[in-house]
Design a protein around this ligand. Structure first.
Ligand code: XIL
Length: 324
């Protein structure tokens, strides 16, 4: 089967973006629900696909009971630690032998290189850090390793092209390795845009190939594997204001724009190939443009960030990525 035919046959309604998150797997305490995740995992196993698990410990998409003491207050440190261990052990054991790599901790470092703490705005703050302190990161990796000693364990984050953030991630990883914590790799989420921002205060001002290259060099200098874990290339440029009249549609996603997106994909893949000895995987955050987290259907802002179009046919970006 061609790629496109395989997609048409199987991926019409499958997403694997949320099914392994805490709130999906343990909506109420100690009741693990694996059906949705198992369907995807079994499909992948039957089709000889490798599976990355995403994500064990994250500040987002957690059930409300997790950080609660059940009496209107905050969970104690000891109880949260044992909840973390219970979750990681159960989930990692369930998928043992099928999931070869885990995003153990997701998004623990901020754009300025500091730890994501409990004092940020709702939705941004990490209650893991607030209650357990930064030691939660080392513990999560230890628990995951204990549950599956063969799994490759990753730290995963976004905006790795920002110099201060990549340095913060590097420092954290170096500290973990110095303590003997079982961390094997770094995931670069790689949610990119069709061009960097020209606004110097915008995170995407740093979204240049050369800056991402620095991150790859830094992390791999620690002996860690690097994987691109959530790749997509949005048509929207951060720092530019869009409205209903400038949101992209099939009609305004012109051939010229398709070629520009393909060129952006190409430049990043040229980088990935130059670092082929360090980069052990590239995973996209979706398959085709009809199903992407970047399309905000409530506002009507549709995006076209992936390699296959709304009808599941390959785009110029696909050809650019395959041409080497
Ligand atoms: C996103 C999913 O794609 C959405 O469906 C969901 O509503 C929110 O989460 N970084 C991550 C992913 O690590 O888990 C996020 O996935 C995208 C950003």
């Amino acid at each position: 089967m061609t790629h496109a035919a395989l997609l048409k046959a199987h991926f019409n309604s499958v997403t694997a973006e949320n099914e392994m998150k805490f709130e999906s797997l343990q909506r109420t305490e100690n009741n693990f629900t694996y059906d949705a995740a198992d369907r995807i995992v079994n499909f992948a196993v039957e089709n000889n696909m490798k599976i990355r698990g995403h994500a064990l410990v994250w500040h987002s998409q957690n059930p409300s009971w997790l950080f609660s003491n059940g009496a209107g207050g905050t969970v104690s440190r000891d109880v949260l630690q044992s909840r973390m261990r219970n979750h990681i052990s159960n989930v990692v054991r369930h998928f043992r032998g099928k999931v070869y790599a885990w995003d153990v901790v997701n998004e623990a470092i901020m754009e300025d290189g500091s730890y994501r703490s409990g004092s940020l705005a709702d939705g941004q703050r990490s209650r893991w850090h607030e209650i357990l302190g930064e030691g939660y990161i080392a513990q999560a990796f230890r628990y995951a390793h204990e549950a599956d000693p063969d799994a490759k364990l990753f730290y995963n984050d976004f905006y790795n092209y920002i110099p201060a953030k990549q340095q913060g991630i590097y420092n954290m990883l170096k500290g973990l390795l110095d303590q003997g914590v079982p961390v094997h790799g770094v995931g670069l989420q790689a949610h990119f845009n069709i061009e960097p921002s020209t606004v110097s205060t915008n995170q995407a001002y740093y979204q240049h190939v050369a800056n991402l290259e620095e991150a790859i060099k830094l992390y791999s200098s620690l002996g860690l594997e690097v994987q691109v874990t959530e790749l997509d290339v949005s048509l929207y440029i951060p720092g530019v204001t869009y409205n209903a009249s400038t949101f992209y549609t099939a009609a305004t996603f012109t051939d010229e724009l398709k070629a520009k997106q393909a060129a952006r994909y190409r430049e990043f893949f040229e980088l990935f190939r130059r670092y082929r000895s360090a980069i052990t995987g590239v995973t996209f955050w979706g398959i085709a443009d009809d199903n992407t987290w970047l399309s905000e259907f409530s506002s009507g802002r549709k995006d076209f960030p992936l390699l296959f179009d709304d009808d599941h046919n390959p785009k110029p970006a696909f050809d650019a990525v395959m041409d080497f």
